[in-house]
Ligand binder design. Sequence first.
Ligand code: FE2
Length: 326
Amino acid sequence: MAVLGIESSAHTFGVGISYKGKILANAKEMYKITDKGMIPSRVAEFHANNAREVIQRAVSGSGIPLSEIEAISYTKGPGLGPCLRIGQLAAMTLSEMLSVPLYPVNHAIGHIQITTHLSGFKDPLAVYVSGGNSQILGITERRFRHYSVYGETLDIGVGNMIDNFARAAKLNPAWGSTVARIAENGHYMQMPYTVKGMDFTFTGLLTNAVKALSSHKVEDVAYSLQETAFSMIAEASERALLLSGKRGVILCGGVAQSKRLQEILTAMSKSHGVGFYTAPNEYNADNGAMIAYVGELMHRGGAKPGHGDYAVEQRYRIDGVDLKWL
Ligand code: FE2
């Protein structure tokens, strides 16, 4: 059973092909973010211009002819509306053309499920950290089978927080990886640390760090910002791990590429005798393979999306998705 999945929720237009749980292709094109950030209509135009070529590259790389694709999936949300619509339209066209079923996929479930699959863990705690998201989740059976959010950011995502700091510090490129590099030579200074139960907030930390730039070395501020933010995530994750009784921890999403965050969560998991796993970077960055993989799970699990389920949703919450197909 081969499923082609399309991801287009933000700057990446990605197309993956999953066959019996094996990823046969994971092609992508990424919009280059300028200092003006992402203008959704521009990114959508980029996706529209690249869709055909990326689809062709994924199909030819997979070794499976398009005629043998048995289902199509795409990211329904969350994400930027105009960008999501390009992926949706491409997926609808392919599904119509090939007369195969179409599956709308939650982006966060894509990241979590591909990582869970690669980890080999059964039912782990998921720490999902990206630009716009920071959540700690696990599958529960309360009312229906779904991901429960044990804890999450009450304001901005950790990735956007670090990127905002990088821009304020005039780092080039203004990304988390640049902050991480600079932080290697830094020393710790106290910063606001806000964990409320299993939730946390980042804006106080960001404001403080940006202010500190005028009186402290950028290396020290970068190091302290990173240590504080990641420790907050680790404290909340530890509490969620103990409360949920899960026996493994996976880290996924764009910020999961951070070596320092991986180190901290590895130590936390080890201290409780549970396994820790994060996927190779190509699956932590946005990609089509994770959408194809979830499409395959839905297809195999007998998911039957109704006519009203195909619309894109910019704020498509993970905890409302019924996982009866899983
Ligand atoms: Fe993502």
